[in-house]
Design a protein around this ligand. Structure first.
Ligand code: BG6
Length: 465
């Protein structure tokens, strides 16, 4: 077969999940904020399904990773749960069963010829640290996170060569402190800005610990996974463009600039200062952020952000919000994924690739998540029991075509990971929308490869399609 499009040599064809969404809560030492939220308010979650069993990865990781090898993946990201690995949150002392489990996962990945990529935080703060210290509002929690990371590096750094400090740190800020879609459902702009700073600091301190500990000596690398939602203004009118630039600075560049360049954007800092919500920082901390930038960037891309200038004056009765400077724009005619309510705009892959090339020193990067969650996939089961998810294959192809265009124009992208290998649990939506190459039957945990799973195998083998 001749490929229409071919990707660079050694391209990563893989897929990503996270500990809390795949493992199940079996034998965990602590509860995360999501475990806790489910325990106190199960009604919030679709069909009241919580993270207790998830996709049973804790018990079935060997079989699961074999399936991923069977569908041709050469790399795999998951996360190490702080609430599982660490027995004593203050000292960073690990739990024996968790060491056994994560060693097993890492060794099985390697045995199945998949590069393991390990992320350290996927929205799963131990709830005790929120109750005791206010979670990411506290710099003590930042230091406890560094201890957890050091424990992970010591235990697994010999075999894990790609680490991520955080997955989608902006979602912590948005979900927990601004728009109330993650526990503790706060709306407090001032705290949100402090959390934004503290999480940036935590990432830089973990990078510092990784390098100071010499874990990068054998080619180990450390990065961050950001959800980029590039802003597109409604029109080229100055007010729309300005609103769009602010949205970009707040939602994307507040982590992207610090991660790659070691600095917050000037526009953001001066806005926070003007509005009296600026964070508490020290020169020493800012130096740590400056000096400890990432080796590689992971980009989760699902949807763009459409923006317009404010039409109705900002109502400040609930305190500061970034929405003071922009309105979201409901663009007529946009293409939607109706199940998730997200716009589908594959062209953005190219724009992201060019932005990284032109404005971020063409740092090495990969797509660390991209995918399409669909409800009711049983409708597409054929007579052989296989879900024929052609819509997903088309979605991937379109996105990959635009990514390929960016690579051809020189963007330094080394891989593509879908979300997610095996259908997994989601924050509030639980198992409503399925994303996997492999389906899970929640009644009996049976796992069945979908048509897209066969497709990705061919793509991976041919390094293109
Ligand atoms: C990303 C997250 O935001 O998108 C994943 O890193 C998440 O954890 C995925 O599951 C898909 O979003 P959702 O809300 O449909 O599960």
């Amino acid at each position: 077969m001749t490929n229409k499009i071919e990707f660079p040599k050694n391209f990563w064809w893989g897929s990503a999940t996270s500990g809390p969404q795949s493992e199940g809560r079996f034998n965990k030492t602590h509860n995360s904020v999501f475990d806790h939220w489910y325990d106190i308010d199960p009604d919030v979650f679709f069909n009241k399904v919580g993270p207790d069993v998830a996709s049973n990865f804790y018990n079935s990781y060997k079989e699961d990773l074999e399936i991923l090898q069977e569908i041709g993946l050469n790399s795999f990201r998951t996360s190490i749960q702080w609430t599982r690995l660490i027995k004593d949150l203050e000292t960073g002392e690990p739990d024996e069963d968790a060491i056994r489990f994560y060693n097993g996962v890492i060794d099985e990945c390697i045995k199945n010829k998949m590069i393991p990529v390990m992320n350290l935080h996927h929205f799963d703060l131990p709830v005790e640290l929120f109750d005791k210290y206010g979670g990411w509002e506290s710099k003590h929690v930042v230091d406890l996170f560094v201890k957890f990371a050091e424990t992970a590096f010591k235990l697994f750094g010999d075999r894990v060569k790609y680490w991520a400090t955080f997955n989608e740190p902006m979602v912590i800020v948005e979900g927990e402190y601004l728009y109330k879609f993650h526990y503790p459902l706060l709306q407090d702009g001032k705290k949100a800005v402090q959390v934004l700073y503290n999480v940036n600091l935590a990432s830089a301190k973990v990078i510092k610990a990784y390098k100071d500990g010499g874990y990068n000596k054998d080619g180990g690398q450390i990065g961050i996974i950001l959800n980029l939602t590039p802003s597109y203004p409604r029109s080229q009118d100055a007010d729309d463009v300005k609103a769009s630039e602010f949205a970009d600075d707040f939602f994307n560049n507040s982590f992207l600039d610090t991660a790659v360049k070691g600095e917050f954007t000037k526009n953001l800092v001066s806005t926070f200062e003007k509005d009296n919500v600026i964070w508490e920082s020290t020169d020493e901390e800012l130096q740590i952020i400056k000096k400890n930038t990432i080796d590689f960037l992971g980009v989760n891309y699902y949807q763009p952000r459409r923006v317009k200038a404010k039409e109705i004056a900002f109502d400040g009765s609930n305190g500061w919000m970034p929405d003071k400077y922009f309105d979201n724009y409901d663009m007529p005619g946009k293409r939607m994924n109706p199940y998730r309510g997200w716009e589908i705009y594959p062209e953005c892959m190219y724009d992201i690739a060019m932005n990284i090339k032109n404005n971020y020193g063409n740092i090495q990067w990969y797509i660390s998540e991209n995918g399409m969650g669909v409800e009711g996939e049983e409708r597409y089961i054929n007579k052989d029991g296989v879900i024929e998810d052609d819509y997903r294959i088309d979605f991937f192809k379109e996105h990959l075509e635009f990514l390929h265009k960016g690579i051809q124009e020189g963007s330094n992208c080394f891989g593509y990971h879908s979300w997610t290998p095996i259908d997994c649990w989601s924050w509030m939506n639980a198992y409503k929308n399925r994303y996997g190459f492999v389906a899970v039957n929640l009644e009996n945990q049976k796992k069945t490869i979908k048509k897209s799973g066969r497709w990705i195998k061919e793509v991976s083998e041919n390094n293109g399609f």
